[in-house]
Design a protein around this ligand. Structure first.
Ligand code: NAD
Length: 377
């Protein structure tokens, strides 16, 4: 089990009662289809491990815009705040693309993260032996890769002030963004990463650009000081350009990576693509206290929405992450993860991970196969 201290810190009550209030945010596109599968899976493991869930569904993204005019209605944020964990599917779609940015579905997601103070984004990128051929990299390069990227989510250049496009004295326009981190912001994401690394391979690589940026010098300095409190975790540092190169050259060298918002945005996508299958990747966003948000890495896939073609497994694995990191129910999480592997082992595939000789299933049928495996195992 990973990350126990952060979980316990977040949910002392839940760890004892096995009774949880879960907010479901199905959102748009394939969201409702994959959410249905994940909820069925949670019901089955709930029965098996004596866990009670109380569900509340709420609106976010395009669905919320259509119903209320806003991407994140206050009622949704209230429901989320009063729950133990939040399972989100995906938001967005062509229909809302022309709205101003503060009214687009994506604003709902940013508002949710800000409203809940979710400063840590955890994205595992693990090569599943059954899907090794889905990677664009050579088998010997990706075999055995199991990386967790811990990205700072609420600071850095995406939020720093000043920002904007200003006129210079000559009348030319100048675009400005500011990359800034305080020591306490660095320390809190550092602690999350050290705790996670401690429960994994005990290796943490901090990524920065301290040869050029002062903000990175402070980052490196704080991480190095923090390492003294985690003598069992081996800390290393890489410049971001080298980290990107190493991820492609020899990804197996990494266990846990911690980095800021911008570098993390880029590196977590690169790490994710090592696996070659976006329909398989879950993520977690956590704060210092209160509920976390668990969601697939992929978007709402409007091109296949409503056609029963979506891969529900990233959503299901997000539910497993919710059990593990949000609710301290590692045994149930393990059961889901091993059942997903079993289904793949049985040669069952949705279109996005299909390969010759395998059996092609739709979203619903994949869900049914998984339920059978969960009940049987
Ligand atoms: P996307 O992840 O939705 O789709 C990219 C490609 O991957 C598409 O071909 C899609 O069919 C496929 N795909 C994605 N998930 C799949 C799944 N579970 N099963 C099978 N195939 C899958 O990214 P996009 O096309 O860039 O964005 C579509 C919409 O999603 C946009 O409105 C975007 O803003 C939004 N989006 C939302 C989130 C989120 O909710 N966190 C993340 C990324 C994009």
């Amino acid at each position: 089990m990973m990350f126990e201290s952060v979980q316990t810190f977040n949910h002392p009550k839940s760890a004892m009662t096995h009774n949880y209030r879960i907010t479901l945010l199905p959102g748009d596109g394939i969201g409702p289809e994959i959410m249905t599968v994940a909820v069925e899976v949670l019901k089955v493991v709930g029965k098996k491990f004596d866990i009670q869930f109380e569900w509340k569904e709420a609106l976010i993204g395009g669905a919320a815009i259509d119903a209320t005019g806003e991407p994140l209605p206050c009622s949704t944020l209230d429901i989320c705040r009063n729950s133990d964990s939040i399972l989100l599917a995906a938001i967005g779609g062509y229909k809302w693309d022309s709205l101003p940015s503060n009214l687009r579905p994506e604003a709902g997601l940013l508002g949710l993260r800000a409203g809940l103070g979710l400063f840590a984004n955890l994205r595992p990128a693990k090569i599943l032996p059954q899907l090794i051929d889905a990677s664009t990299l050579k088998k010997e390069v990706v075999e055995g890769v199991d990386i967790l990227v811990v990205r700072e989510l609420t600071g850095g250049i995406y939020f720093g002030q000043p920002r904007g496009i200003f006129a210079t004295e000559t009348g030319e326009k100048r675009g400005v963004n500011t990359m800034a981190y305080t020591e306490s912001e660095i320390e809190r994401i550092g602690r999350v990463a050290f705790e996670a690394a401690r429960k994994r391979g005990k290796k943490l690589c901090s990524v920065d650009k301290s040869n050029v940026l002062e903000v990175s010098q402070l980052w490196r300095d704080r991480m190095t000081k923090l390492a003294k409190e985690y003598p069992d975790v081996e800390l290393s540092h890489l410049y971001v350009d080298n980290a990107a190169m190493q991820l492609l050259r020899y990804p197996k060298q990494f266990d846990t990576i911690v980095t800021g918002n911008l570098f993390g945005d880029i590196l977590s996508d690169a790490a994710a693509m090592l696996t070659g299958s976006i329909g398989m990747l879950p993520s977690a966003s956590l704060g210092a206290s209160g509920p976390g948000v668990f969601e697939p890495v992929h978007g709402s896939a409007p091109d296949i929405a409503g056609q029963d073609k979506a891969n529900p497994l990233a959503q299901v694995l997000s539910a497993a992450m919710m059990l593990r990191y949000g609710l301290n129910e590692a045994t149930a999480a393990d059961h889901i993860e091993s059942s997903v592997l079993q289904v793949l082992q049985n040669g069952l595939r949705t279109g996005d991970i299909m390969s010759p000789g395998m059996n092609l299933l739709g979203c619903r049928a994949m869900g049914e196969a998984l339920i059978k495996t969960l009940e049987g195992a």
